[in-house]
Design a binder for this molecule. Structure first.
Ligand code: MG
Length: 419
């Protein structure tokens, strides 16, 4: 009797069971009910400021779009992205990783492991994250697992010509006090000089003693002109050969540099490892490597002290996070190469917040202050040498098109609808 009476009571209770209730809450509560989005178009714009960049926009049926940026190998990005557009239309843009993996694997025979292919993919990936953030009302760092830090340390690439046997020229006299006044805690100079009068061959990059002396004098003069507390990095751009790279790193040991960058061509990992293990000067490389696979051997052989993925080339923000996490297994820090607009720098900063082993991020628009300050509607994003992460959805900054369009590469489209 009791058992028989309980059956209808349980049946009516099942209408309001916990799973049913949870589903009802999920359907009707906005924090858990995300917009059902479909990609409707993918458009690009190409600009030239410090090098050429391709800006990407992914549009949806809900009136919001995501923005991304690709750099360095971006010249061919627009046509690659045009080729992916048809496959992307109709897709749910919040499936960032599956879309990334599909594009990567479908390009196996088209160089999908690096170069322009991966650069173009980086622009798409970053636009998808911006879109996901805007759709969900969250900043990108939150989507990447949260932030280890509120402010991202930026170092200033001084972009100065190497002058006159290591003496500081007028440009250095102007820039070095400016860099200090801006509050940067770290900066970088270039060491390689194709016009050095003690170079005896136009092709071979074995440095003469005169060239080594010029490098040491230049570093010494810059070091003396900046505060002792400011970290100094030096870039060789992978031009010198392995014996020269080793000589430079050893000769610069007294200056306690933050790093010497690409002291030899980066594709020879054994040569880089030999240099690293011959000197107390930290060695950095990585701006010309792509995705996790590009860094695996470099890290396994502990060929560098610091890695420098470029997030607008390496495969995007989540891929950069994976590379950083791989480096963390060797306790190697990450100092991103970064030469892009405030949109790309801010996107990079979101990812830099999301892993523990972040050191400093590059800023390379010192020669383009007007573009830098006005490229996004939010204005100057670097204050006292740091970028503070915004809590706005997505990347959190938006292009001022009237300004950015002035840098458009003539004859290229400007976010024109795809066909
Ligand atoms: Mg470099």
């Amino acid at each position: 009797m009791l058992k028989g009476a309980a059956i209808p009571a349980l049946g009516s209770l099942s209408t309001f069971s916990l799973p049913t209730l949870a589903a009802a809450i999920q359907t009707n509560s906005t924090p858990y009910q995300r917009m059902k989005l479909k990609i409707t178009d993918v458009r690009t714009a190409q600009v030239r400021v410090h090098g050429s960049q391709t800006h990407v926009r992914i549009y949806t049926d809900q009136g919001i779009y995501g923005q991304g940026e690709a750099t360095d190998a971006a010249v061919g990005a627009a046509s690659l992205i045009r080729g992916w557009r048809r496959m992307l239309i109709g897709r749910d843009p919040l499936n960032v990783e599956p879309i990334w993996e599909q594009i990567r694997t479908m390009g196996i025979f088209a160089g999908a492991q690096g170069g322009q292919y991966t650069t173009a993919l980086s622009g798409i990936e970053i636009a998808l994250w911006d879109l996901a953030g805007k759709a969900l009302g969250l900043p990108i760092y939150q989507l990447l697992g949260g932030k280890f830090r509120d402010k991202i340390r930026i170092y200033c690439d001084s972009d100065m010509p190497v002058t006159n046997q290591g003496q500081l020229g007028p440009e250095a006299e102007r820039k070095l006090p400016w860099i200090k006044a801006q509050g940067f805690t770290a900066m970088k100079i270039d060491l390689d000089d194709a016009r050095d009068p003690t170079r005896w061959d136009r092709v071979n990059w074995t440095a003469s003693n005169g060239e080594i002396d010029r490098i040491v004098k230049f570093v010494s003069n810059v070091r003396a002109a900046i505060p002792a507390s400011m970290a100094l990095a030096c870039d060789c751009h992978g031009r010198y050969d392995a014996p020269t790279g080793k000589k430079i790193a050893i000769a610069l040991e007294p200056f306690k540099l933050m790093w010497v960058e690409e002291p030899c061509p980066p594709e020879d990992i054994d040569a880089m490892a030999d240099i690293r293990h011959s000197t107390s000067t930290p060695i950095a490389a990585g701006e010309n490597l792509y995705m996790r696979w590009g860094y695996r051997e470099l890290l396994q052989k502990e060929a560098v002290d610091i890695i420098q993925p470029d997030f607008q080339k390496v495969g995007g923000l989540a891929e950069a996070q994976k590379v950083a996490n791989l480096a963390q297994t060797y306790y190697i820090p990450v100092a991103p190469h970064c030469v892009v607009s405030p949109i790309g720098v801010m996107a990079t900063c979101h990812a830099c917040a999301s892993f523990p082993n972040f050191l400093a991020c590059e800023w390379h628009w010192i020669n383009y202050p007007d573009y830098w300050t006005h490229w996004v509607k939010e204005g100057q994003i670097i204050k006292d040498g740091f970028v503070t992460l915004p809590d706005r959805p997505g990347i959190g900054v938006e292009m001022d098109e009237a300004v950015a369009k002035k840098a458009q590469i003539p004859g290229t489209p400007w976010f024109e609808p795809g066909k």
